[in-house]
Design a protein around this ligand. Sequence first.
Ligand SMILES: Cc1cc2nc3c(=O)[nH]c(=O)nc-3n(C[C@H](O)[C@H](O)[C@H](O)COP(=O)(O)OP(=O)(O)OC[C@H]3O[C@@H](n4cnc5c(N)ncnc54)[C@H](O)[C@@H]3O)c2cc1C
Length: 412
Amino acid sequence: MKKDIIIVGGGIIGLMSAYSLCRSGRSVTIIDKGDITNGTSFGNAGMLSAFGKNPLSNPGVLLDTLKLMLKGESPVNFHPTLDLNLYKWLWNFAISSNKARLKKTLILFERYGRISLDMYSSMTQDDKMDFHFCQDGLLMIYTEQKSFDKKVRLCRDNTKYEVFTKQKTKEYMPLVNDKIIGSILLKENGHLDPALLMNELKTYLLNKGIEMLLDEEVQRLEYKQNKITKIHTQKMTYEADTFILSTGADDSLSRQVKNNFLMTPAKGYSITFEMKEELKPKTSTLFADLFVAMTPRKNTVRMTSKLELGSANPNIVKKQIDSIYENLALYTHSFEKENIVEWTGFRPLTPDDMPIIGYDENYTNLIHATGLGWLGITFAPAIGKIMSDLITKDKDNKSNLDVLLFSAFYQG
Ligand SMILES: Cc1cc2nc3c(=O)[nH]c(=O)nc-3n(C[C@H](O)[C@H](O)[C@H](O)COP(=O)(O)OP(=O)(O)OC[C@H]3O[C@@H](n4cnc5c(N)ncnc54)[C@H](O)[C@@H]3O)c2cc1C
């Protein structure tokens, strides 16, 4: 039987799209090649960081990265590859990192960050989901005087920011040593436990009658003229009125229909462990110059870092894990960790931090929803809502202001 909407990919973007579509009364089937238990949407830091924090593509990023590389503290690794798309991506990243773009990106981040925070809040209150949603700010710890001074100059509005001395920083993050410079609390941000969020959403959607077909990989899209007519998995063939591709960093299906999006998988790591309660950070914390994050959760703490470009290796590389520990050890006292779980995943990263969202140019019933990079959890509710508006109200890209503003399809 023909289905109403098929979503390929049950990461946070697929599930939040299903959530909004379901609330609009639509019938949704989610197909995932895995079992939706441990993908990128599970192992990330869970920071909701849309406010006051620069995007990756910001002026000076290349020089700063180079300096950290020379100091041996860089989170970025580049693996030379024959994939020309990566070099095109790097070129576009370099030209996107300019002041005019930064201004626009910060405004867009606030707009879609606000929508998402409000939706997370209503999911906890109205739908009674429990995913450890906290709106208690993001602490940015600085280890370089120059970058701290530069950020302090921008943080004059004390309703949004609070600048902390070294001493005050220790109240929030008892682990830090005297080598840090100071910190800034970005008050509007928050954090959550992404694995709890994914599990709560899955349960909610199943209770609402959403169909989930797991361990089925969509291998081929079949099309006729300007429509996708069928999709084929290794088990079955399905038909639907509308298809959403939310396959994260895996763009093989969109390539099948001749889309060569500027998106690259950026590998990252997380390390989750138990530690003494009194040593835990009081809120989500980012060592801004090192790109190492620590997020407190109900019973554990999660550390995340690394941005590896050009790697397709899905395995945990011990050298990378060791380097996260080494970088952090420079600015913290040593502490005991128990029940350590190491994890790795790929961010679907675009060069200008803009997501790839909207109807396909050639197929009128195909919608793309990916490219959320390092901010997929932060913006997923807003993206889900845009998907629902596109299908239930607007019907095309030009009628949807959010797609025109935010999608990578329409950036200068
Ligand atoms: C180390 C790290 C830390 C991060 N920290 C944060 C953070 O603090 N805050 C934040 O906002 N974001 C963070 N992110 C980014 C965030 O995790 C991602 O942006 C987000 O999870 C992407 O979600 P997605 O749904 O697009 O992709 P995914 O979660 O990857 O989901 C895609 C799904 O599609 C399925 N799929 C793919 N191809 C097929 C196919 N052919 N057939 C069927 N199914 C298919 C996959 O199995 C997968 O389940 C972090 C990422 C990493 C790696």
